[in-house]
Design a protein around this ligand. Structure first.
Ligand code: ASP
Ligand code: MG
Length: 405
């Protein structure tokens, strides 16, 4: 019998009625002849509620005790779902992360999965049970409860699918798939039937948040077919899988964007070896993530250096950079925290010339100025003023014909 891992997110189990609806759905899937391993999130809002409680009694709740607290959200939903299934005459067993034995490292609040013991799950499946596993949690080698970082239930589901060699890992959520871009910006955005792991990773890291990024990396590393579907409407969703050489690829799969960017520039720094690390070292030391980096070719033995950070880190980065600039004898520091990043993503780019040109021409036709450009093998990103974001995304979506299948 084909084994499928299904994950239901917080909104899909957000009320008792919804849990009952999930139970009904599972019974149908079981009748179709599937062995089912189901991973659940906590009820929507529950993990936030627990974090807020922790904050009431401690200024910086973290570590072991926070994990003991946060893991309770998922324990509630797995028990309720099993009870709802029993009520409808179907046998099910719930398992917390440590009951399965999802072994993680001991990095509390952001633990990594090291191994999964299949035996308890296999036994329950062999007894005809639906297996219901708490997402987002595991235990370290000493039995301490750990959690995998926010959104970690996706990663639990993929890891289980990999360990059990499931036919597919299905992520049921409140959207019905992955779109060519955000439909709130472009109403004609189209659901993709299929997208590669690499494209999904680019889209996810660029702000198209459907899945925890780590779960997509995991799926790619273990070649787990991953499908995003709606818990509320019927439909095939979007399959995230390896590139299929027998299928013709769309050149561009989607337009991703990231609203909350900021850029910083230091002008007139002496152009000598080590300058980049002198500028970025202090930024990295404060755990500020740097995204795009540009250094101009030097002139008069000085150069200009620009990089982008998340908008939340702008003030902190600016302060650090001003200090560095002073000690380096640079001319000036400037910044702009009203910028956004727009990217076209597609594996087809590897074999098609002219994508960048189409992108730049499209933006030029709309008189949108490009502040910075960066590229990878399957992505071209530009920085534009935030007031042109919608226009940029819409015109690019149009230029690459993304509303037509
Ligand atoms: N409940 C956890 C969270 O809200 C894990 C998850 O839902 O994936 O982050
Ligand atoms: Mg989620």
């Amino acid at each position: 019998m084909a084994l499928i891992v299904q994950k239901y997110g917080g909104t899909s189990v957000g009320t008792v009625e919804r849990i009952q609806a999930v139970a009904k759905k599972l019974i149908q899937h079981q009748k179709q002849g599937h062995d089912l391993v189901v991973v659940l999130s906590a009820m929507s809002g529950e993990t936030n509620r627990l974090v807020a409680l922790a904050n009431e009694v401690n200024d910086h709740p973290r570590g072991r005790e926070l994990d003991v607290l946060l893991s309770t959200g998922e324990q509630v939903t797995i028990a309720l779902l099993c009870m709802a299934l029993e009520q409808q005459g179907v046998h099910a067993n719930s398992f917390t992360g440590s009951q399965v034995r999802i072994l993680t490292d001991n990095a509390h609040n952001k633990a990594r999965i090291m191994g999964i013991d299949e035996s308890n799950i296999r036994t329950a499946l062999a007894n005809g049970r639906i297996v219901v596993v708490a997402g987002f949690q595991g235990c370290d080698e000493h039995g301490n409860i750990t959690t995998l970082g926010r959104g970690g239930s996706d990663t639990t589901a993929v890891a289980l699918a990999a360990a059990l060699k499931a036919e597919e890992c299905q992520i049921y959520t409140d959207v019905d798939g992955v779109y060519t871009t955000d439909p709130r910006v472009v109403p004609e955005a189209r659901r993709l039937d299929r997208i590669t792991y690499e494209e999904m990773l680019e889209m996810a890291s660029l702000g198209t948040k459907v899945l925890q990024t780590r779960s997509v990396e995991f799926a790619r590393n273990y070649n787990v077919p991953l499908r995003v579907l709606s818990s509320f409407t019927e439909g095939g969703g979007t399959l995230i899988a390896a590139e299929d050489p027998t299928m013709e690829q769309a050149v561009i799969s989607g337009i991703a964007f990231n609203r909350d960017e900021a850029k910083l520039t230091v002008l007139g720094v002496p152009d000598h070896p080590g300058i980049a690390s002198q500028i970025l070292g202090p930024i990295a030391k404060e755990n500020i993530e740097v995204d795009m980096i540009i250094q101009n070719t030097g002139q008069d033995s000085t150069t200009d250096f620009t990089f982008t950070v998340h908008r939340n880190d702008y003030q902190a980065a600016l302060k650090i950079l001003q200090n560095t600039a002073e000690s380096l004898n640079a001319r000036e520091v400037t910044g702009d925290n009203k910028i956004t990043k727009v990217s076209v993503v597609g594996v087809g780019m590897r074999s098609h010339a002219g994508i960048a040109n189409t992108m730049f021409e499209t933006l030029a036709n709309e008189s949108i100025n490009i502040g910075m450009i960066s590229t990878s093998e399957i992505k071209i990103s530009v920085v534009v003023d935030e007031k042109y974001l919608e226009l940029a995304v819409r015109s690019l979506h149009n230029a690459f014909n993304l509303s037509q299948a």
